[in-house]
Design a binder for this molecule. Structure first.
Ligand code: ASP
Length: 350
């Protein structure tokens, strides 16, 4: 009887092995993955959007989702999926990253980017780069090919060039829209700075500047192997001065991934995200206080961030595939795609 049972178990096993799909895609298909992206948060109001502009944003987000989804559905890594999605948005002038980055007070484009692997906790980032076509590729090179985490300015550019990143003339990043944004910000800033030294604060509080938004791009993913990754890329904030660096390239502030908890990419008023150590605080709340991703992100974005005077949003996915797209501004460009085929793109408050 016992022998009979063993034999049937043996044949059942054999059948299972034979029935197993041969190609890795079908095999992997039984496992879940998810990609979530953002294209910045801010005062994004339907009343101020033209149908053409909205369609262009939606198309840009869709292209980014498609690029990351292609990686994930073929069994690729979360780290490659987030990079692929970011690169698409860096090439799209609608977003404040790569082509389309905002201008500094001196009329330059200085970009920050970061990427982090939740499995190894390896991370790479660059700050204040001006000639790297896709700053996220430089961040990835720092992670993969250097013993460092964050490289800044000329050194970062030299390293990027030596490691095969595409280098362009700084004029590549010029867009008329962003240039006009700087003129407007300069006008508001110079008026106000006489009264208030906190110029960024003054600029954002100006009623005439209602169309201001944080156009940073970000992506987070969980792949079929259960690994998490996060990436963020930005031109920073319009009219920034003195080599200002935001939260995006600071691991634990604007970008963080840890397989024990979640992967996070933030967008918003960077100074506040840095002071709150935003992304790591959310991860810690999950790991140490056993909060859910939803609870931890609500606490940080909806309570602690505004309590300090900041605003913005974030996207995150946890190790079980739960995700959030949390923001305390009027809107946030955002989208997701899952292995189940569920997908969506949103811009305004629900
Ligand atoms: N967080 C970015 C920064 O402060 C700005 C953004 O999200 O658009 O540099």
């Amino acid at each position: 009887m016992k022998r009979c049972l063993m034999l049937s178990l043996f044949f059942a096993g054999l059948l299972a092995v034979q029935a197993a799909p041969k190609d890795s895609l079908a095999q992997a298909g039984s496992k879940k993955y998810i990609l979530v992206i953002h294209g910045g948060a801010g005062t994004i109001l339907k009343s101020q959007m033209t149908p053409e502009k909205e369609a262009a944003y939606r198309a840009g987000l869709q292209r980014a989702l498609d690029a990351g989804n292609t990686v994930l559905k073929n069994g690729g890594k979360a780290i490659d999926a987030v990079q692929a999605a970011i690169q698409v948005m860096e090439d799209d002038p609608h977003f404040n990253a790569g082509k389309g980055s905002v201008f500094t007070n001196e009329g330059k484009n200085e970009m920050d980017a970061a990427i982090m692997d939740g499995k190894t906790l390896k991370a790479g980032s660059v700050a204040g780069v001006t000639v790297v076509r896709n700053p996220i590729t430089a961040a990835r090179a720092v992670m993969d090919k250097s013993e460092h985490v964050l490289l800044a300015g000329r050194g970062a550019e030299k390293f990027a060039a030596q490691n095969g990143c595409t280098i362009v003339d700084a004029s590549y990043f010029y867009t008329e829209d962003r240039w006009q944004g700087l003129q407007k910000a300069r006008a508001l800033d110079s008026e106000k700075s006489r009264l208030d030294h906190d110029s960024a604060h003054a600029f954002l509080k100006q009623p005439g500047n209602r169309d201001y938004k944080y156009g940073t791009v970000g992506a987070v993913a969980l792949d079929m192997e259960g690994n998490l990754a996060a990436a963020t890329s930005t031109g920073g904030m319009t009219n920034k001065k003195f080599g200002r660096v935001g939260d995006a390239p600071l691991i634990g502030a604007g970008t963080y991934a840890n397989n024990n908890t979640c992967a996070i990419s933030c967008t918003g008023w960077g100074e506040f995200y840095i002071r709150l150590v935003m992304a790591k605080s959310i991860s810690d709340r999950m790991e140490l206080a056993h909060q859910t991703l939803q609870q931890a992100s609500d606490e940080m974005i909806m309570r602690q961030l505004p309590a300090l005077g900041g605003d913005g949003g974030m996207i995150a996915v946890d190790k079980d595939g739960n995700f959030v797209m949390t923001f305390n501004t009027a809107g946030m460009y955002r989208g997701f795609v899952k292995s189940t085929g569920e997908t969506g793109i949103e811009i305004y408050q629900p």
